[in-house]
Design a protein around this ligand. Sequence first.
Ligand code: IFM
Length: 733
Amino acid sequence: MANWMIREKGYQESDAATLGNRYLIGNGYIGIRGTLEEYEADHLPAINLAGIYDRVGEGWREPINLPNGCFTYLKVDEDIYRLPEREPVSHEMTLDHRHGVFGRETVWHTPRGNITLKTERFASMHEKNLIGMRFRISADFHADVELLTGIDCDVWDLNGPHLEDILMEESGDIAGGELIVSTHTHEAGIPIVVTECIHSDASVEIKSKRKEMKLLHRICLITKPGESAVIEKWVAVYTGKESYEPRKEATDLLKRAYSDGFETQLKLHMECWEKLWKHSEVVIKGDEIAEQAVNYSLYHLHSIAPRHTQSLSIPARGLSGQTYKGAVFWDTEMFMLDFFIMTDPATARTLMKYRIDTLEGAIAKAASYGYEGAFYAWESQEGGYDACSDYNVTDVFTGRPMRTFFRDKQVHITAAVAYGILRYVEWTGDKTILDKDGVRTIIECARFYHSLLLKPVEKYRYEIRDVIGPDEYHERVNNNGYTNRMAKYTLEAAVRVIGEANVEGTLPEGFDADEWKKNFAVAAERLYIPTPSNRPGKEGVIEQFDGYFDLEDTTLDEVRGRLLHEKEYWGGAYGVASHTQIIKQADVVTWLNLFDREYDIQTLRANWDYYEPRTEHGSSLSAGMYAMLACKIGEPDKAYPFFLKSAMADLKGGGKEWAGLVYIGGTHPAAAGAAYMTAIEGFAGVSVVDGELKVRPSLPRSITGMEFNCYCRGVEYKVSIDGGNAEITPVGS
Ligand code: IFM
């Protein structure tokens, strides 16, 4: 039986940030950190909304944290019982990651006996604007209890405050009254409404503690030993982006939920989750740890999938807070997209539509640097706005912002967009995404690389200089192999797409197809792609960028030992890794993983063996790429620990939480996606060849079989693997 529950026994205040990520619940629209109900801003609770950003002054533009509608604490005989202030007798947190239900149970000792508070909460998959909560209070004595629950408007912000003119009101349409908080964002004035109501048989009073920015219900009851008092609570959230009447919609939703009751709404929510698992559950036989870790990873991807819209993407830290500015990186296309293509093609389309719809932002960014075409945002927010600043890391020694070049030099982002759109088409067969806008997007991506090319006077080839590859520790390098190969891919893809669009009539008006096809084809052909080396000791290894092999060749331990501060940034002008061959994350290995068919196994292995010991894996994206390439060289056992590292990125934690003095903690959906890709494309060996689904399993020792479903070209297949044998059957046949 698969394990779908994680639990944390005992209480450590210092774990609040990590557990906030690990126990996150969400429905793609709302993300709620797995923090305790009584936590205030200093313990980092956050309710995030997908796609709503705000900027205050010169601070970073970031997603907003909503007034915390889950805020709750307990009073017994006039004394407050909450963590961390009051030490518990026992404490446990749980997450049912099959159904997205968070739970906690805490027992406190009071002078008259023990009191237990149990809570459950879910962000409804059925009603995207709804959060459901249920409290059970029991005591082994006649306790005089007050449950204080409501909306805490004193929110945690990294670069806020983002909410203005906060208005706290009460209304009496529902028994017990509704609490209503109306506010708007600072920059664009987007109206936000958070409403709350409770259902309780006990006596209820509304208590406003406006000074402390809290609007609360006070529920008074006397416990009977052996019985639990049950209180249900609903929170509804609407914004002016989705409704002209957010307040009315929110209170209408509250009324519906109130009359349905918790059990009914919970059932609807769980049924939605069951539907998702029907298409996406991965059964792994023989290895329960791997099975739980993969499905837990998929839980996170489901929780942040924007199913409520047709054009939105997923931020690099999901909906787990304001880190990384809630922005969308190449993580989506290169790490998360495959999961959606194979289990939920409609969401995959939504992710790629976001890129097509933000093309104008990318064109404007390219123009701002003097390039043509589309230079996509390194940290994309709405409209394709690039939230990445020129000073993205704070120096730990001086406290000053450091000039970083992620925004202006990580040009491989544009190729990720072209790759994602075409991978979607290849797997789904859905060419409708390549309408006029889609075709234009591919053309503008290619035009960008075309405008970047340089031709050295003495050489008959094009080069791309002054870039940062996936390994961000080496800045402003020439001919990063990954970047050049992805640029070539984009140019060649554009040639193909232009040819087909010419027939379909989907080319942009006035576009000279023949001229550009020729330009792109010549550029692709002459673009320099570094080749495997024949230097002694480096045979078959591809140099990551010009001059990389001449850098100091030392060990990871040696470089780590040179750190003067644990949070010091390893890259940049003076970083400990910058002048060495130590790299942050898979770079050449990412490239070879995508284009493995162009190299023999010896070359793939030589590069894996050379680069892995030199990789810090300082990004959660790294391990998955090593895992997948290990599978491609027929070494699933070598892949396994890297696969588990990806799959456990949030289950176990331990990843980097700081870049210099900038907090970068949160969930790791790209690692979750990489875990899926390793399981399905690596171990199970799933691929699409000429439009047909192929399976060639190569399982690690601990895994004896696998079962999962996979969409390909509009048909859903069931794949069953038993040792080295695989069976593919269309679902429903
Ligand atoms: O996109 C990644 C990048 O490759 C490494 N730093 C973190 C980013 C967001 O996950």
